[in-house]
Design a binder for this molecule. Structure first.
Ligand SMILES: [Zn+2]
Ligand SMILES: [Zn+2]
Length: 260
């Protein structure tokens, strides 16, 4: 019924009860999970792929988080080339630009983002973009690299409706996380961004273990909680939850090239 398009369930936060959380996801209708193998080292990519290979409804992506762009070691690039060829790897990233934290120098984040985009194009797999307070530069890079329509997602979207529209006009997907459910006016622009995103460019995600949706906010997030996000996204997209489930599942299948 639903696909969680962005989950970090390979991480240590889930070591004690990973089987249970995958079962709970199934019970809640979140039948397929994309495990994002992107952290501070390439080990995270291997870990995500190893997990994805254990079950039919798990798939992996590979990358290095923009926070850690500065720590990339040269030999990892050859390893990423190899990893990207695996049929269970359905995307490249998350990669991108995070100018909110600036944990890595911006020029290095930009360079690494371009290299992962290049890899995604050579292996014909989509790119998962993490963009925070850096939309102008991200749009510029995606445009300069000629990333085709349907081959990029802006995950955990936190921009304005105008910024969402810029990506939509380029044919990219916008993925919404539990942030859309947060009470208070800070999340209003994100809810407005849902309203301006065409239904066939919407994706849903948890980004777990982070960003638990209301009313689970503050707890460790998990894929089953995505149903709360779906309710709010459906409301602002002006469709039923059932219709949202169908369209976002179809979108995710197209984006990740899943044959489920
Ligand atoms: Zn991210
Ligand atoms: Zn993430």
């Amino acid at each position: 019924m639903f696909i969680d398009s962005h989950a970090h369930i390979d991480g240590p936060e889930f070591d004690k009860d990973r089987d249970e959380i995958i079962q709970r996801a199934h019970d809640a209708g979140v039948e397929t999970i994309i495990v994002i193998g992107s952290g501070d080292t390439i080990d995270v990519a291997h870990r995500a792929l190893t997990l994805a290979k254990t079950q039919n409804n798990l798939f992996a992506t590979v990358g290095i988080h923009p926070h850690d762009a500065v720590s990339i070691k040269q030999p990892w690039w050859d390893e990423f080339e190899q990893l990207a060829l695996d049929p269970k790897v359905v995307g490249i990233g998350e990669t991108g630009l995070d100018y909110h934290y600036d944990h890595s120098p911006r020029e290095i984040q930009q360079d690494v983002f371009r290299r992962f985009i290049d890899l995604s194009q050579r292996c014909n797999k989509p790119v998962i973009c993490h963009v925070r307070d850096a939309h102008d530069d991200a749009i510029k890079i995606l445009r300069e690299c000629n990333v085709p329509a349907q081959k990029a997602v802006i995950h955990c979207f936190t921009g304005t409706p105008e910024q969402a529209t810029a990506y939509v006009d380029m044919g990219y997907y916008i993925s919404f996380s539990g942030i859309v459910t947060f009470q208070g006016k800070n999340a209003n622009p994100i809810r407005e961004a849902v309203s301006v995103t065409p239904h066939d460019q919407l994706l849903l995600e948890t980004d777990c273990p982070y960003l638990s949706p209301h009313p689970q906010r503050g707890k460790r997030n998990e894929p089953a909680f995505m149903v709360h996000t779906a309710q709010v996204v459906a409301k602002h997209a002006n469709i039923s939850v059932q219709a949202l489930a169908e369209i976002t599942t179809s979108n995710a299948k197209i984006f990740f090239g899943l044959t489920l």
